[in-house]
Design a binder for this molecule. Structure first.
Ligand SMILES: C[S@@+](CC[C@H](N)C(=O)[O-])C[C@H]1O[C@@H](n2cnc3c(N)ncnc32)[C@H](O)[C@@H]1O
Length: 263
């Protein structure tokens, strides 16, 4: 499902992101959306395997941390934006939460766990009513979106006031880890991905980091979308970042039931 993104009422639309420095010839806008969807359709069957190998299994712990950071009680409805094969959804369910996955790629959804509720949808146009859920997660999705501020505004629209957001993505470590991480991420990962899955996709992966705004810009974007108490935590020695926040505004009676939008 695609379409023009809807903005959160009362929240100014954040300025559209400029092309990321170093993005070079990376695609933008509709061309990016098409390329990203096709790429994930292609790598879906072996996505989980390559993920485990290239993170030495640490991605499991990062997802656990993401779900814990929501701090929501059991029974809360949580939309997992760009859910892929559903790793975060499984972790949400394991913690007693009620996940609803949304992803653009039919291939990723088909390769995932069929027992987790999910829908094929663009993150910038979620098929959920305003304030329908108690929280939102997004694992390694942010750098793949064509219009990140629009996705943030859409997440803010569907999360009830007082609800929580936890956004996980890659980061670039500083200091001593920087060189080792570059070697691994920019050279080893494309080789492993090429052997087990699709070489072009795993060459794109390290380059796609250029789409992510610098931390202060990313945090400002999340705040501008309507979240308060926005924080950034680095995990795995700085190779991953977790951004958390609370949907600003007074709680609405009856919110957070995870109801689909009537459109
Ligand atoms: C790196 S995978 C992450 C999957 C999963 N969240 C995880 O933690 O493993 C990125 C996912 O973002 C999805 N995606 C990219 N652009 C999207 C969009 N505009 N709307 C919804 N999903 C999108 C892709 O299809 C893919 O499944």
């Amino acid at each position: 499902m695609t379409g023009s993104p809807r903005r959160t009422p009362g929240v100014a639309a954040p300025a559209r992101r400029q092309p990321a420095p170093g993005a070079g010839d990376l695609p933008e806008a509709e061309e990016k959306t098409r390329a990203v969807r096709a790429m994930f359709d292609t790598i879906a069957p072996r996505y989980d395997l390559v993920n485990r190998l290239m993170t030495f299994g640490m991605d499991v712990g990062w997802r656990r941390r993401t779900v814990r950071a929501l701090g929501l009680p059991a029974g809360s409805a949580v939309v997992d934006v760009a859910c892929g094969t559903g790793d975060l959804g499984r972790e949400l369910r394991r913690r007693g939460l009620r996940p609803i996955g949304a992803d653009l790629s039919a291939g990723m959804l088909a390769a995932g766990d069929p027992t987790i509720g999910r829908v094929q949808a663009d993150a910038a146009n979620l098929p959920l009513a305003d304030a329908a859920v108690d929280g939102a997660t997004c694992g390694f999705g942010m750098r793949n979106f064509s219009d990140l501020p629009a996705v943030m505004a859409e997440i803010a629209r569907v999360v009830r006031p007082g609800g929580r957001v936890a956004l996980l993505d890659v980061a670039t470590p500083a200091g001593i880890l920087h060189a080792g991480h570059r070697l691994w991420f920019e050279h080893a990962v494309p080789v492993i991905g090429g052997l087990l899955s699709d070489a072009a996709a795993y060459r794109y992966l390290p380059r796609s980091v250029a789409y992510l705004p610098e931390p202060p810009v990313l945090l400002a974007m999340v705040r501008a979308a309507g979240f308060s108490g926005v924080n950034r935590h680095v995990l795995g020695g700085g190779v991953v970042q977790l951004v958390t926040g609370t949907r600003a505004g007074p709680p609405e009676p009856g919110a957070g039931r995870g109801e689909p939008a009537r459109r």
